[in-house]
Design a protein around this ligand. Sequence first.
Ligand code: ADP
Ligand code: MG
Length: 720
Amino acid sequence: MFNSGEYTYKIETFYIFVAMNAGKLQTPIDYLKGVGPSRADLLRSELGIHTYQDLLNLFPNRYIDKTQYYTINQLQPTSADVQIIGKVTHIKTVGEGRSKRLVATYIDQTGAMELVWFKGLKWIRERLKINVPYVAFGRVQRFGSTYSIAHPDLELLEEHEKGLRAAMQPVYPSTEKLSNRGITNRVMNGLMQTLFQEVHKELDESLSPGIIEALKLMSRKKAYLNIHFPQKQENLARAQFRLKFEELFFIQFQLLVKNLLHKKKIKGYAFEHIGENFSEFYNKHLPFELTGAQKRVVKEIRNDLGKPAQMNRLLQGDVGSGKTIVALLTMLIAIDNGFQACLMAPTEILAIQHYQGLSELCQKLDIKIALLTGSSKTRERRVIHESLEDGSLHILIGTHALLEDKVQFKNLGLAIIDEQHRFGVAQRSKLWHKNDLPPHILIMTATPIPRTLAMSVYGDLDVSVIDELPPGRKAIKTVHRYDNNRLKVFGFIRDEIKKGRQIYIVYPLIQESEALDYKDLMDGYESISREFPMPDYQISIVHGQMKPDDKDYEMNRFVNGETQIMVATTVIEVGVNVPNASVMVIESAERFGLSQLHQLRGRVGRGADQSYCILMTGHKLSEDSKTRLQTMTRTNDGFEIAEVDLKLRGPGDLMGTQQSGMLNLKIADIVKDNEIMKAARGYASAVLKEDPQLQKPENLPIRQTYAALMKFKNIWNYIS
Ligand code: ADP
Ligand code: MG
């Protein structure tokens, strides 16, 4: 958890808790009584603790609650550290050599369990008292139907009742190296005590009296005291709330400030009029009535574009929600204002589909559209380059090829990026360095980022959401089938093909074992070819090891309806649109992540017919896999799926490594503390509205804390 790769991020997040006066808090950790040079080195390398302040902000992972006693029949496989009053009735030595251990039978009125020692057997055997009440404390494990504690803390009940102890004992993050070198949790608790005596006078308030009053927050000093030395559950809870709120408040505050600065500083082209192309298309050529959500989003975008500031907008909409038409309308606004627009897609297939689709939609308009991909011929390229530079080309659609240096627009006013998760941030910024003034940016994604997360990740991006599907869509029916039901599944596929439908069969592709996956795919292809023989059936196959030309050829055969079955790896995941395909079979579905399953499922259900998604797995499934499969069969709602995904995987994984650092919060949990985050955002925005310069005396604490925060180049900068 605390490897050195993450170290820089950690340090930066720590500074959220910086109080202004550097004073004692910045003292190097070496100077703390009980630390010394070698422990200081360990604290630095293992936990990134350099100063007093860093140590103060090392928050416990959990607390051992010694106010609670368990009886043996209350134990559960998930119980962690417990204390149990009981008696030892038997002691025996079992095993030989290295597996030799001492096993004591430990009972209370409700049942029996085992206490086990692997070391110091003789010493313990001599001292253990039979049939005398003890308090045993430790981590329970279950073996078969028996619970046991290895190397328990054992104390005679009589002694236990005399002793005075901290009710809630903090457990700090640690590493194997730390505990091997003697920095145990007990040592950590001791250091924290020494530290607190040194620095408690410097723990100044960081929030305004108004906020503290409104939320009945514990003071900052008291919160630190209670987080490290809690006496009561209730105070601990208040301390946690206070520190979580503070952390989230300053994150939100910073994002909001950035958003304001952004609006002020980054000028953009104001697209003031809604002109001919937009109006004509909107009134005469829309192939369908827009959904309410589409209308709302178009309005949001129009408003935004009308201002002389760069738009930075994320458009989220589930697969099939109709983002493309919104993209087109946005591009038409740019064109009507005398600007060019581009649309960048993550794959060539997708770029081609966009090109074909948009060309068709724009048929009746006087608009020139071109396609540029890696396989565009030199001649075509030259024509495109020229017409881009003289301004006669209005819309350029393509892949990464759009980012080549030779591609120079006369006046790019809008860049749309489809399926953003395939592009790195660096590429985004490259796009907007093509002009004097940056173009407006619209990022479209079908990977719904839970709103909660979007707020903290994209706090300085505006977000539009299409949360409504076009009418008449039939919900995709999703089922989970075990591999031994494959024949039935084949029968179902045969029936669907008879009705004229097309089928996807997808195999996992995971980088680490590409060779294995390839074998799975080929074995699958062979058995499917046997089940669905030519000439009655035609099968396409697409995978990552094919040449792009071959891939496109196979893909096109399926798109054109020449083949009924498409056997593929996840290369077809994003965006491909074949409305006649109505069945998606996902092999080894347990190996896919939730968002990927949802993306794949989105390839069907695009036409008028009832569509199906069949998740094939073996019988051996992990708990997480089961949750994923159940979620998929329960709901089609991308947002709900994203929330579950977030809970299963944590924000780091969900967002990709690049973003995980940002979400590496010290104490708050982006999922669980969602409500606190909303409150923090509300208060931060109220403060900024009333006192944008933070000049009121009551806001001085916020100003000081924020200033300290800004002294350090922080991780959120990467966003734009
Ligand atoms: P995505 O958001 O996944 O990119 P698309 O823009 O490809 O979705 O739209 C999916 C399908 O729905 C397309 O065939 C499109 O023509 C159709 N569509 C989009 N909006 C509407 C609407 N308001 N009414 C009917 N069909 C629509
Ligand atoms: Mg799309």
